[in-house]
Every structure is written in structure tokens, then in C-alpha cells.
Design a protein around this ligand. Sequence first.
Ligand SMILES: Nc1nc2c(c(=O)[nH]1)N[C@H]1C(S)=C(S)[C@@H](COP(=O)(O)O)O[C@H]1N2
Ligand SMILES: [Mo]
Length: 211
Amino acid sequence: MGQPVERNTGEAAQQPPLPPGQRLQRGWPVTHYGPVPRFRPERWDFRVFGATADGDKHCWSHEEFTALPYSTVVADLHCVTKFSMLGAEWGGIPARTVLESAPPAPGVTHVMVWAEYGFSSNMRLSDFVSEGALFATHKDGELLTAEHGFPLRLIVPHLYAWKGPKWVRGVEYMTADRRGFWEERGYHNVGDPWKEQRYSYQEEPGEGPEL
Ligand SMILES: Nc1nc2c(c(=O)[nH]1)N[C@H]1C(S)=C(S)[C@@H](COP(=O)(O)O)O[C@H]1N2
Ligand SMILES: [Mo]
């Protein structure tokens, strides 16, 4: 006779694991640099530019962009200041859809995601095309609020949250890497929370452009 199978009924066992150094946040704080932009639908557009396959800029109005096929992804949000919010259901337009609608030129290796007021974040093309990357309009079935990025924010579940601009307005295709807003200001160029890539001084050769 073997031992009875032990069941994991403890609360701790049911909680999904957090990346190293993170702690669980109850509620949803607001974290960003600068003011919250006002949404003006008639002035809003979403642009894909830089090294596109056809050499043209691609542009969507708010109506056009939000008419793209909608899907959802459940993802955690890990802020580099060490809080994590788990299990949100984000709804919106997959980054892959944007990529398919406006294909990059063959030499594209990285993207810069641009938001209001010149906020930007760079990532590898492979991060941008990853399964969970989504331009979110909704969280848990409700439209995003202004302070959380309405009308659109990027979610990249496997990277720190600063890699997901709120109030996003476009994507630049790049044939070489370049640092975005926080990546120029001391944060890690790649930003994988599971590897605890918080700061640029931790970068290994090849993980980012010269500082
Ligand atoms: N445009 C913009 N997007 C941003 C930021 C910012 O400063 N500007 N901060 C990022 C950081 S550091 C975090 S932790 C998340 C916070 O999202 P939340 O305020 O919805 O929790 O937004 C990210 N997106
Ligand atoms: Mo953050």
C-alpha cells in the first residue's frame, strides 16, 4: 500500500508563482510618467511606419482600428518597482494582427512602440509577435479607463509592464535596435521579469545597444 496522494489545498499552493523579487498587489494602482492624455477621437490614429514591407506608412482611424478582430488574453502585469497584478483578462487586437495587416520588411529585428507625449518602448520583433502580445482596449470585459491607457495600451505578458505603453499610437519597424524611454533611463533593454532583468547595468553583451 502506498501513501495517500497528498493534495495541495493550501492557499499559497494555489497562487501562481511570481517572478523573482515581485510581490502581489491587491487592487490596480496607476503607474506612469507624466500626465494622462485626453482622448480626441477625431485626432487619434494608429500608425505603423519605419521599415514596412511596402515602404509605406499604414494608418488606421480609431473606428478602423477597433473594428479589427477582437480577442482576449489572460496575463499578469509585473511592474519593475516590484508589484505584480495577476490574472487580468485583457481584450483587444493581437499585435500579430497589426503585423499581418502591415507587414515588416525582411530586415526588421525590433520594434519601437510609440505612445502619446513621445513615450516609447523598444522590444525584439519576437516579443512583439509572441502569442500574448495584445493592443488592449478592455480589461476584464470593461473599457480601459483613461488613467489605465484608454483608448489603447499594449500588453506584453512575458515582459515588465513598462514594455507595454498606455495611450499607444503606433509602431515603428526597425532594422536595428534602439532604446525607448525607460530603456534610455537605466532600465533593462530586454526586461524579462523571470530573469529579473530590471536595470541596464545588468545587460549582457548583445542584450542592448551601447549606452
Ligand atoms: N505611456 C506610458 N505607458 C506606460 C507607462 C508610462 O509611463 N507611460 N508606464 C508603464 C509602467 S512602468 C507600468 S508599471 C504600467 C502601469 O500600468 P497601470 O497604471 O495600468 O497599472 O504602465 C506602463 N505603461
Ligand atoms: Mo512599472
